[in-house]
Design a protein around this ligand. Structure first.
Ligand code: PLP
Length: 394
C-alpha cells in the first residue's frame, strides 16, 4: 500500500486552493469581472522594473552553460554572500555566506528547516491564526504542531498561554510577522517576552527551543511600522525568507534560509539544514533567479498599492458594520464573520460572488480572510456586494 497520508494530502486541497479553483470555474460561468475573488495571496503589483532589466542583462552577459548549470547545493557562493552582507547592513547581524541556504521559496525554507531540527514526536508551537500549511510541513518532518491562541483584541501572541504550552518536547516555535492571515505585526514587547520565556524554559529544563521566523511579508508593512528582526533578540533563531511577495515573484520559486551565526552549535545546525535539503532533494535553487535576487536586493514592488487597498477596504467595511483586525502589514484583512460559523458565512458570501477564506484552517473560528492583493477596481466593484451581504444579516 502506498503512503495514505500523502494520498490524503493530494486528494484534499487546502481551503484556500479549493476556493481559488471554485473562483476559476465561477469566472468561466459568469465572467471574470463578476466574481470578487479574495482567495489567494498572489501579488497584484508587478515586479519592479529592475527585475525585467536585470534578467535581460543576466541572460545577455552570462555564459549560458554557467547560467543554466548547477550551483553549489546550498546556492551560489556570491549570491549567499550578497544576501548575508545585505542582512548585516540592514539588521546589524554578523552573518556570512555559510549561514545562508538558497531555496525555492518560503515553503521549501520551512520544510527544510523543520526536517533539519525535528526528531520523531517533537512539538512545534505556532500562534493561531497561522498559515495552514504549517500543519502539513510539521507532520511531514515527523513533528506535531501545537497551536497557541493570539489575544482576540490585538491578535498578538498570548505569552501566558505560550508559557503553559511549552513542554520538554517543544523543539521549535514558528512565528510569522507580518502575519498571514491577520496582517498583524508582532510587537517588540511580545517578541521580547517570547524570547524571555524560552530563556527561562532553557534554564529550567536545559532544552533549547528554536524560533523559526517565517518572513515572506517582511517588507510588506505600512506607516513605517517596526518589524523586530528575530536574530537581534534570540540567538537560537532561523529565518525562512521568500522573494515571492516582496518582488512579486511567487511563480519563480526563490527564497532562502538564514541560520543565525550566534546559534548554539552553529556548524551542526547549518549542516543539518544542508543535510535536510539534500535528503529532500531541495538543492540548487534556480540559478537564473539566484543571480537575479543578488542584483536587486533591497528593491521591492510598489507597496503603496496594498496600503491604499487596505485603507479603502477597512474604511468601507467598517462603515457597513464589519469588525476587522487592524492590519499593519502583508495584504490580508481578517474580518469577523457575521455569524458564528465562518464557513457558513463564507458560503453566504459566495451568493454575492464574494470569495472569502473561512478561518477554521487558520486555527481559529469565526473569521474570514480577505486577500486584498487585487486591483483597486476589483475592490470598488466588490463594495456594494459586501454592503448587501452585511444587510442580509440585519
Ligand atoms: N508562509 C506564509 C505565511 C505564506 O503566506 C506563504 C505563501 O503565501 C508561504 C509561507 C509560502 O511562500 P512561498 O510562495 O515563498 O513558498
Amino acid at each position: 500500500m502506498i503512503n495514505q497520508t500523502n494520498v490524503k494530502y493530494g486528494k484534499s486541497r487546502s481551503a484556500i486552493r479549493e476556493l481559488f479553483e471554485y473562483g476559476k470555474k465561477r469566472k468561466a460561468e459568469i465572467g471574470e469581472e463578476n466574481v470578487y475573488d479574495f482567495s489567494l495571496g498572489n501579488p497584484s503589483v508587478p515586479a519592479p522594473a529592475e527585475v525585467g532589466e536585470e534578467l535581460t542583462r543576466i541572460i545577455k552577459e552570462t555564459d549560458p552553460v554557467t547560467l543554466h548549470g548547477y550551483t553549489s547545493a546550498q546556492g551560489d557562493f556570491s549570491v549567499r554572500k550578497a544576501i548575508a552582507d545585505d542582512l548585516n547592513a540592514r539588521h546589524k547581524t554578523e552573518l556570512h555566506a555559510d549561514c545562508i541556504y538558497m531555496t525555492c521559496g518560503a515553503a521549501a525554507s520551512l520544510c527544510i528547516t523543520l526536517n533539519a531540527l525535528l526528531n520523531e514526536g517533537d512539538e512545534v508551537i505556532t500562534f493561531a491564526p497561522f498559515f495552514p500549511e504549517y500543519a502539513v510541513f510539521t507532520a511531514n518532518a515527523r513533528g506535531a504542531l501545537k497551536k497557541v491562541d493570539c489575544n482576540r483584541q490585538t491578535f498578538q501572541p498570548d505569552v501566558e498561554a505560550f508559557k503553559r504550552a511549552l513542554s520538554e518536547r517543544t523543539k521549535a516555535v514558528i512565528i510569522n510577522s507580518p502575519n498571514n492571515p491577520s496582517g498583524v505585526v508582532y510587537s517588540e514587547q511580545v517578541i521580547e517576552e517570547l524570547c524571555a520565556a524560552l530563556n527561562e524554559h532553557f534554564e529550567k529544563t536545559g532544552k533549547r527551543v528554536y524560533i523559526i521566523s517565517d518572513e515572506p511579508y517582511r517588507e510588506l508593512v505600512f506607516d513605517g511600522i517596526y518589524v523586530p528582526f528575530i536574530m537581534n533578540y534570540y540567538p537560537e533563531s532561523i529565518v525562512c525568507y521568500s522573494f515571492s511577495k516582496s518582488l512579486s515573484l511567487p511563480g519563480e520559486r526563490i527564497g532562502y534560509i538564514a541560520v543565525n551565526s550566534r546559534i548554539h552549535a552553529f556548524a551542526d545546525v547549518y549542516a543539518a539544514v544542508c543535510g535536510a535539503g539534500r535528503a529532500l532533494g531541495y538543492v540548487c535553487a534556480p540559478n537564473l533567479f539566484q543571480q537575479l535576487v543578488k542584483r536587486v536586493l533591497g528593491k521591492t514592488s510598489d507597496m503603496s498599492v496594498y496600503r491604499d487597498n487596505r485603507d479603502r477596504l477597512c474604511a468601507a467595511l467598517t462603515s457597513y458594520g464589519y469588525e476587522t483586525v487592524q492590519p499593519d502589514g502583508a495584504f490580508y484583512l481578517f474580518v469577523k464573520a457575521l455569524e458564528e460559523d465562518a464557513s457558513a458565512f463564507a458560503e453566504r458570501a459566495k451568493e454575492y460572488e464574494i470569495l472569502l477564506v473561512p478561518s477554521e484552517s487558520f486555527g481559529v473560528n469565526g473569521y474570514v480572510r480577505i486577500s486584498y492583493c487585487v486591483s483597486a477596481d476589483t475592490i470598488e466593484r466588490a463594495l456594494p456586494a459586501f454592503k448587501a451581504l452585511a444587510e442580509s444579516y440585519k
